[in-house]
Design a protein. Structure first.
Length: 65
């Protein structure tokens, strides 16, 4: 793959069920492993009213260095 790897993705998706949020998180982890296996990543799942604190905590670390 050509190009400098200096981009990142941040997404907040609301109005999901618990199962839907878990499935999306799982798919994000798979995509991260495929496209950026050495990159750092964090996913967090929780209630909509606690999005800010979830982003700050970074509950699940996804591989990388």
């Amino acid at each position: 793959m050509a190009g400098k790897k200096d981009w990142a993705v941040v997404a907040v998706i609301s109005d999901l069920t618990s199962n839907q949020s878990a499935q999306i998180s799982k798919e994000i982890m798979r995509a991260k492993a495929k496209y950026a296996p050495l990159g750092r990543g964090t996913t967090a799942i929780g209630m909509r009213n606690s999005v800010g604190s979830l982003l700050q905590k970074g509950q699940k670390m996804i591989g990388g260095k």
